[in-house]
Design a protein. Structure first.
Length: 556
């Protein structure tokens, strides 16, 4: 690794660190839109993970103890990472800050690695990385929204593109592994933004690979990435139909189309005029100028890789702009998957990438001036809107649903619980007694002494996977009882019975986890078979770097 590359990494990290210093200097949690719900989910995820529910799917403490399947639909990567920090003794507020800021610091370094591989020029790669880091919308995502998982999508997309570029350069094995693991982590970071970025990666592979061998290698790597993340996305996609998500969120997008004025008008002071729902949504003066100049440069450049890159950037920017305008509303109305984005302005993430890469080409002759101006133009976005004291205990025993619209509530539930029940299990018809009640995160065990036929109620939301076993035999759950809609109820004959209520795997979850396991084994097998070749390639690059340093000293 040469000194110039090290200095580029150092400069990227130093500037990124300075931009987030105001968040770090305060022991309190910086105020964000989504921070509180992420703290609640993080606490629940940590407890379930360390108690052995891997991956965590059922949050047993939410909804006043009736539980929630919300973790099935929540991207697991940031919560997994946060659980590691909690495991070494950090509190929730500090963990939230570290997870958020770590994503920002790494994203610039990964983007530099990709851009250097693609453009073959460290100076242009540095420029692309600074533009990527200091787009105003990046700060809106972290410091204003507190988008715990969404911000990690910005981190892993460059890894995917880096891997695809290595495949383009015929470094198939390192490219395959980097693309596979990068795209797997990308999908585990968020749902909607990761989908947009994954489709961008597919478009990138087609744009820059003409040879069938490279296309097949790129496609296989992306498929393996999908497989690695299947344990999350497959159940989330399939079991979404058992929740109120589509009903409660189907029209949210209508109020979040940014105007062209809000997108295009420079807002160096971060005033409210260019915000949609308190979120700054402008593209940024220098990023927007880069896209306009890309059109000019396209006409002037001869056929080259950079010219094709400008086309790629303009295409994804045009698509993003179209989908962010009300004229695209018929598509939003018809395509359920598109509505999962909730906020059309989320597609600014694509323009952040496109304008940064385009800027690396069009600003190359005045890069230091642009770097200084872009950093200064973002300063108004570095300051949090405030800081909050965190009631740690309240998040460790969170009684609510951790959703804004009840989108994770099951379709059978009559209404969200509003208080803890007097008894977690009770006989609601017939005569009998319940004794020896024990509860863990995924099961309840107790004894019923019934003098007559009885109906037993467990204050647990029914969701596929819950099963009731009476004296070792599975019995039917009557979750559609009109008096206790959506809760686990079942009938018992007279007598003494041992009851076990357990949250188990469903067929789709088992299939998804098997796909992920097989994909992981496949990637490890590729590494094992080609380990010597991969390590030799890395060794050659290291030796080449040493030779360059030696020749530089001799020349000096």
């Amino acid at each position: 690794m040469n000194h110039q590359k090290i200095s580029c990494f150092g400069l990227i990290f130093l500037l990124s660190f300075l931009a987030t210093f105001l968040v770090l200097q305060q022991p309190l949690l910086f105020h964000t839109h989504d921070g509180p719900v992420h703290l609640a989910r993080q606490a629940a995820w940590f407890k379930l993970f360390w108690e052995g529910q891997i991956p965590p799917r059922w949050a047993d403490g939410f909804n006043y103890g009736s539980g929630s399947p919300v973790l099935i639909f929540m991207y697991p990567w940031p919560y997994f990472l946060g659980s590691l920090f909690l495991g070494v003794g950090l509190n929730l507020a500090t963990t939230f800050k570290i997870v958020c800021l770590l994503s920002f610091w790494l994203s610039g370094i990964f983007l530099f690695g990709f851009a250097r591989e693609f453009l073959g020029d460290e100076k242009k790669a540095l420029l692309a990385s600074i533009l990527y880091q200091f787009a105003s919308f990046r700060f809106a995502e972290i410091i204003i929204r507190g988008a715990y998982g969404e911000i990690w999508a910005y981190t892993f997309l460059p890894l995917v593109l880096w891997g695809l570029t290595k495949i383009t350069h015929k470094r198939y094995w390192t490219g395959f592994l980097l693309t596979s693991f990068g795209s797997g982590l990308l999908i585990l970071s968020h749902n909607s933004v990761s989908l947009a970025f994954f489709l961008t990666a597919i478009l990138f592979a087609f744009f820059f690979n003409r040879q069938l061998t490279k296309l097949i290698a790129s496609g296989l790597a992306l498929v393996f990435g999908l497989g690695l993340a299947a344990f999350y996305w497959l159940p989330a996609l399939y079991e979404h139909r058992f929740t109120y998500g589509d009903l409660f969120m189907k029209d949210i997008f209508k109020d979040h189309f940014p105007t062209l004025t809000q997108l295009f008008l420079p807002n160096f002071l971060n005033t409210a005029s260019s915000q949609v729902g308190d979120v700054p949504v402008q593209i940024g003066f220098f990023h927007l100028l880069a896209l306009f100049l890309a059109i000019v440069f396209y006409c002037r450049l001869k056929k080259s890789r950079e010219k094709k890159l400008l086309v790629f950037c303009l295409v994804i920017s045009a698509l993003a702009l179209f989908l962010m305008q009300p004229i695209s509303q018929p598509l939003w109305n018809k395509i359920a998957l598109l509505r999962q984005f909730q906020f059309p302005w989320r597609l600014l993430s694509l323009i952040v990438l496109a304008s940064s890469l385009a800027g690396a080409v069009v600003y190359s002759r005045c890069r230091w001036l642009i770097i200084i101006l872009v950093v200064l133009a973002s300063v108004a976005y570095w300051r949090p809107t405030g800081f909050d004291a965190v009631d740690e205990a309240g998040f460790w025993d969170y009684p609510l649903s951790s959703t804004y619209y009840g989108e994770a509530d099951t379709i059978w539930l009559a209404h969200q619980p509003s208080q803890y029940p007097e008894q977690e299990v009770a006989i609601v018809a017939g005569e009998g007694q319940i004794a020896a009640f024990q509860k863990s995160f995924d099961q309840q065990a107790f004894t019923v002494a019934a003098q007559t036929k009885v109906n037993v109620l467990s204050h647990t939301q029914f969701f596929p996977g819950w099963r009731v076993y009476v004296d070792g035999q599975e019995t039917q759950i009557e979750f559609q009882d009109q008096n206790y809609r959506g809760l686990v109820t079942f009938r018992l004959p007279a007598g003494r019975h041992q009851v076990l209520i357990k949250f188990t795997h469903t067929k789709d979850r088992l299939l998804a986890e098997m796909i992920s396991l097989l994909s992981l084994m496949g990637c490890l097998l590729v590494f094992a078979l080609k380990r010597d070749k991969i390590l030799a390639h890395l060794g050659q690059r290291w030796s080449a770097a040493k030779r360059r340093r030696l020749f530089a000293k001799l020349d000096h």
